[in-house]
Design a protein around this ligand. Structure first.
Ligand code: AMP
Length: 226
């Protein structure tokens, strides 16, 4: 049993899910004049929806909540606030997943108050119905059991944080600080239940060395606590 339930999502899944989401929007006869991506997770689905729905106007708003993969931040905030006039446009606000729902709620409120679109509807590839505070107007997949979905656009970032968490937690529990790469790779599989391309593990290790979380000594990695 993995310690953190993770599902690996591929680029081909993203295309299929975005395609399915576009069909649902089309069938409802909602024709947005502008698509608004919630940054950063909504970028790729929003761009694909523009393609599949034939929308030329694409904007973005950064609503930040989760500071680390599978680890919630305190509260959602709008980064880089700006004001534009959308009063003659129907808008579609897009995110990858609605988990707590805080990011979509905040972005929606901000846009309605400050950008004032003629109409605003929300869309996400996935909606975690068991925990979300909001149901998007459109979603491709309803998820009932919570997972961290490892999307292809956060692979390196997630793998880096996942490895860091193994190092921190093992050190706290047992004082172990020296690792071989193969041992860490095996532990990664056990903790998260997924396998990623070796180059992501290698690059994540490089990043952690750069950030002085670990140090490479001979053929081993040494965790540097604190
Ligand atoms: P939330 O405000 O909790 O609905 O989520 C904000 C953002 O965090 C989402 O748009 C995703 O980019 C990311 N996120 C939250 N939960 C998950 C999850 N279970 N799997 C993958 N990404 C997630």
């Amino acid at each position: 049993m993995p310690k953190i339930p993770v599902k690996l999502v591929d680029w081909s899944d993203i295309v299929e899910w975005s395609w399915g989401l576009a069909k649902k929007i089309e069938e409802s006869n909602y024709i947005p004049d502008v698509v608004i991506a919630i940054s950063r997770g909504g970028y790729v689905p929003a761009r694909l929806l523009c393609d599949f729905l034939g929308v030329e106007n694409l904007l973005s708003i950064q609503s930040q909540h989760w500071t680390e993969a599978a680890k919630k931040g305190e509260r959602a905030i709008i980064k880089f606030e700006y004001v534009i006039d959308l009063s003659d446009m129907k808008a579609l606000l897009v995110d990858d997943i609605v988990d707590t729902g805080d990011s979509v709620i905040l972005a929606k409120e901000y846009i309605l108050r400050n950008w004032k679109p003629k109409e605003l509807r929300t869309a996400a590839l996935q909606w975690i119905s068991s925990v979300a505070k909001i149901k998007p107007d459109y979603y491709f997949m309803e998820v009932r059991e919570w997972y961290w979905f490892q999307y292809p656009w956060t692979r390196l970032e997630d793998v880096t944080q996942f490895i860091k968490r193994i190092l921190e937690s093992t050190y706290k529990e047992s004082g172990k600080s020296t690792w071989r790469v193969e041992e860490l790779t095996k532990e990664f599989k056990e903790w998260y239940g997924i396998e990623v391309d070796k180059r992501y593990i290698d690059e994540a290790i490089k990043m952690l060395i750069k950030k002085r979380v670990i140090k490479a000594i001979n053929n081993e990695l040494v965790y540097l606590p604190g």
